[in-house]
Ligand binder design. Sequence first.
Ligand SMILES: [Zn+2]
Length: 154
Amino acid sequence: MTRTLTLTAAVWRTLRDAATRALPREIGGLLLGYFTELGPHVVEARVVPDPRATRIRYQRDAALAERILDSSIRADSTGLVGYLGEWHTHPLPIGPSTTDINASGRLAKVGGHDIALLVLATGSRGWIGHALNLDPAGNMETLRVHVEGTGNDG
Ligand SMILES: [Zn+2]
């Protein structure tokens, strides 16, 4: 069974808006939420700005990402917000690159936990989500992307 990366409608809107505002550059950040047996469930996404981002490059600032993560988890009253992984955009119709996959694989290995990677790429009808799950053992799994309440895939 293919597992699914689920986003709330509000998170998907936030990501799409951030992606569009950043054009023609890439942008990205953190995915927050919780893992279920069906896959990662994203309830919050944060932007980690990269002033040096280009059309083909986004690099997250690790120290800044950690500060944003800490403040997000502290601000959470639901207990449902943990670190799930990373998102960034490709202002091109191209999903996760080898560089993206290797970077997420390293995060999974170093962190000792799964990492979800979501890439928003351009498509014929706007932004399209491409999602992967990387585990600490180096396994990669493609996830379906689902936006809650729309009946549509991202
Ligand atoms: Zn990328």
